[in-house]
Design a protein around this ligand. Structure first.
Ligand code: HEC
Length: 228
């Protein structure tokens, strides 16, 4: 009886301590500070197991067709490259600030099954910056980017650029569809002209505008210029 009472008191003290810690503001949430080893372990194991479990129920279509991967490279370039990068190019300022970092998908594609790649692409991962693309895209418009990811491990910088050049007009982020047509049933008509491109500064006008805006706001905040 006495042991039980001691245990209960100890549990209450630990719980009160944990709540006090939460409200104290002592935990550093800065994205510039890496997670501690145990927290990192907890988060990544939980995530790996959750993805594996949910992906096991997914029916994977035939991803072998070149046309599918060709469509996927445009989607990758538009929706993923800004965070995950492309072969042969330095990480963008956005990617350099992510914690956890957006992994090199050419490495991920060697250890993850197509079903797992699809699940993460569709549902995203909480509290990491990995978006749920399924919130805005149906399954049929996400499989091409999965087909493309399975080819990513063999693409060097030149092969990536060559494939991208040959992919004009393929996929829902091709130039043709970006000029107005929505081929994946988006309810919002203005989505037809969307452009998620954020690969690197200076690559397009949006990149330039972002770069300018960033450096202006950096100066505004602390009066110093930052390297971008
Ligand atoms: C805003 C940044 C951002 C964008 C854009 C983004 N991702 Fe991610 N992605 C992340 C981050 C951060 C992670 C790491 C999550 C983690 O550590 O659990 C990630 C993880 C992943 C993973 C799991 C990889 C692994 O090794 O565990 C896949 C697959 C993935 N992303 C695919 C995509 C695809 C496909 C796109 C485009 C359709 C995309 N991502 C766009 C940030 C992004």
């Amino acid at each position: 009886m006495r042991t039980l009472l001691t245990l209960i008191v100890a549990a209450v003290i630990v719980a009160a301590g944990a709540v006090a810690f939460v409200y104290s503001g002592l935990y550093d949430v800065s994205a510039r500070v890496p997670h501690s080893g145990p927290v990192q372990w907890l988060l990544s194991k939980t995530s790996d197991a959750a993805v594996a479990r949910r992906a096991s129920a997914i029916d994977v279509p035939d991803l072998a067709a070149d046309a599918l991967a060709l469509a996927g490279i445009n989607d990758y370039q538009a929706m993923c490259a800004g965070c995950h990068g492309i072969p042969g190019q330095a990480a963008s300022p956005l990617a350099r600030g992510l914690n956890p970092p957006a992994p090199d998908l050419s490495v991920s594609a060697q250890s993850m099954s197509p079903a797992e790649l699809f699940w993460v692409t569709k549902h995203g991962i909480k509290m990491t910056g990995m978006p749920a693309w399924g919130a805005s895209h149906d399954d049929a418009s996400l499989w091409p980017v999965v087909a493309f990811m399975t080819r990513l491990p063999v693409l060097d910088a030149d092969a990536y650029q060559a494939l991208l050049a040959s992919a004009t007009g393929s996929g829902h982020h091709s130039e043709a569809s970006d000029q107005g047509a929505t081929d994946h049933g988006e309810p919002d008509a203005s989505h037809g002209s969307h452009d998620h491109t954020m690969t690197s500064h200076g690559e397009d006008s949006q990149g330039d505008a972002m770069a300018k805006k960033n450096s202006e706001s950096d100066r505004h905040h602390d009066g110093h210029d930052h390297e971008h």
